[in-house]
Design a protein around this ligand. Structure first.
Ligand code: TNX
Length: 524
């Protein structure tokens, strides 16, 4: 059972196996109590074994599990040794031990992912081996768009569990967009009262001649957010919130019409958008807007301890600013050249604001237009170009080019594919994705913090559809983000597919509605 995904740096196999029994103990040193709690809970559910607390890492029976810190290892590095003394997982930090615990779960076989033991005796064995492992990137992300379609809190928690099982550690939470505002902001209650519902949305099966139109909405209370952030933290996942400005803001403008360009259109007539695409109704570059969003970000910072805060910045059409006397006056007053520089000023304001509060701004690559704000990091989505330019200018980058890692795109050209998005990103395309473009020098490449896969949900109305689009491709993505792989053309995709056979059984045990290798089932 060493068909591990993502592949570790090295495995040396021995002969023999550790067998977990009713007598097996689980020891966790003082630094790894949290991981110990997580692992005991997960394995008790799956195996029914008590896994009582051990007093030392190894035990006389040689059938226990030990967890401990080894300051000699890198922060997310771990070593897993299974031998006559039992299973010992050591990590440079609790996170490293946690990733080692994920590997242990894979070694125990797919049933180790179940929430209840099966009704028959079975052996829980870990082959004798030594695994040394560490991630290639420190940012291994998944972005989930809960604005286009709201996902309930429990679905988000499940998503975090699935991320952890794949050793992903950054959850980019796309909380606001034209079609919905999903986070409670106490000082601006209309953002959720008005902004979290839209009157109609097109949903339904691809084969329906007329898609069903129905109201859609929902939002997370601040307590829901606290729970999500804490649940993520237990799994060594950082939640990076995204509040999209100055474009993708129609839901906010529908709630507070004064945020829009009131001298160009009647913003009181706007409602939460019920169409997909790029929206012309953007925020007005006024002091009032800045103060309003500072208030939003103040509450956001209280809820999310992450170093990075995402401010969007993508797809902001400049037409209203061109026609707005208020926006033009601002351009003159600031001595700016054009509307691109006005956007840059807008983002720069929040860069300085976040930096003053000990945080860092990250935005989509359009924030390069008109000049990149001083401390800003970039999510490079329109290919690699934005990321390359940012890295060369000394800015940090997360690579997420839509040509490779947009999981809303269909995964097969076949006519039965349920998602009506034109571009095809196959499992193999994702497996051959390389986050660091060869154009970068080693020095510049250090600015590539890592990579993330993005799940935009315009056409994913429920968690089953999100599962279908996300898996199995997220498994390939996880290997790209974690493992040190050869250049794209030399990657052993056939070998990856062989390991996927075991991985599909894990996803089955986890209840993931992945796309079957043979293609969609009739009801998908
Ligand atoms: C572009 S990626 C967008 C999203 C859409 C997505 C659909 C990005 C920063 N903006 O608003 O949902 O394409 O693939």
């Amino acid at each position: 059972m060493t068909e591990l995904i993502p592949a570790p740096r090295s495995i040396v196999s021995g002969s023999g196996e550790v067998r977990l029994t009713a007598h097996s103990q689980l020891y966790a040193d003082t630094g790894t109590q949290g991981v110990g709690h997580w692992l005991r809970t997960a394995l008790r559910q799956a195996t029914g074994l008590p896994l009582r607390e051990g007093r030392e890492p190894g035990d006389a029976g040689g059938d226990g599990i030990g967890l401990q810190l080894d300051p000699g290892l890198g922060p997310e590095e771990y070593r897993l040794v299974s031998d006559g003394n039992g299973v010992l997982i050591e990590g440079g930090s609790p996170a490293g031990v946690f990733w080692g615990a994920q590997t242990l779960r894979q070694l125990l076989g797919p049933d180790a992912y179940r929430r209840a033991p099966l009704g028959r005796d079975r052996a829980w064995a870990v082959p004798y081996l030594t695994i040394r492992d560490a991630p290639r990137f420190r940012w291994r992300g998944l972005m989930l768009d809960v604005a286009r379609h709201f996902m309930r809190k429990d679905d988000v928690l499940r998503c975090l569990d699935l991320m952890a099982a794949h050793k992903l550690n950054v959850f980019h939470f796309h909380l606001t967009d034209d079609q919905g505002w999903r986070i409670q902001i106490e000082r601006h209650p209309r953002l959720t009262e008005i902004g979290s519902w839209r009157a109609r949305t097109k949903t339904g099966h691809r084969a329906s001649p007329l898609w069903e139109e129905k109201p859609h909405g929902g939002y997370y209370t601040q307590d829901d957010i606290r729970e999500i952030v804490a649940y993520a933290a237990e799994r060594h996942i950082t939640v990076v919130p995204e509040i999209d400005v100055p474009g993708h803001s129609q839901a906010a403008i529908a709630a507070y019409p004064e945020l829009g360009n009131t001298d160009v259109i009647d913003t009181t007539a706007l409602s939460v958008w019920d169409t997909w695409g790029i929206n012309p109704n953007v925020l007005a570059p006024t002091d009032n807007t800045l103060r309003f969003y500072e208030g939003v970000f103040e509450e956001v910072l209280e809820l999310f301890p992450s170093e990075f805060v995402h401010v969007g910045g993508d797809e902001c059409p400049k037409d209203q600013w061109r026609r707005s006397e208020t926006a033009q006056a601002r351009i003159r007053e600031l001595g700016l050249a054009d509307e691109d520089e006005l956007q840059s000023w807008f983002i720069g304001h929040f860069d300085a604001w976040l930096t003053a509060r000990g945080r860092r701004l990250i935005g989509w690559d359009e924030i390069l237009q008109g000049g990149l704000a001083k401390g800003a990091a970039v999510s490079s989505w329109r290919g690699y170009a934005g990321g390359i330019a940012a890295a060369r200018a000394g800015h940090d980058v997360v690579m997420c080019p839509e040509q490779q890692v947009y999981l809303d795109h269909r995964q097969d050209p076949g006519p039965d594919e349920p998602v009506p998005i034109g571009w095809v990103r196959t499992l193999e395309d994702v497996y051959r994705f390389e986050p660091v473009p060869p154009e970068l020098t080693p020095e510049e490449a250090r600015h590539v913090l890592g990579t993330q896969a993005n799940v935009w949900t315009e056409v994913m109305e429920d968690p089953a559809r999100v599962d279908y689009q996300t898996f199995p491709r997220l498994a390939a993505f996880a290997e790209v983000a974690w493992s040190v792989l050869p250049a794209p053309a030399e990657r052993d995709f056939a070998g990856f597919e062989r390991r996927m056979t075991a991985h599909y059984r894990r996803l089955d045990a986890l209840g993931v509605a992945y796309r079957p290798p043979a293609g969609p089932l009739p009801w998908q």
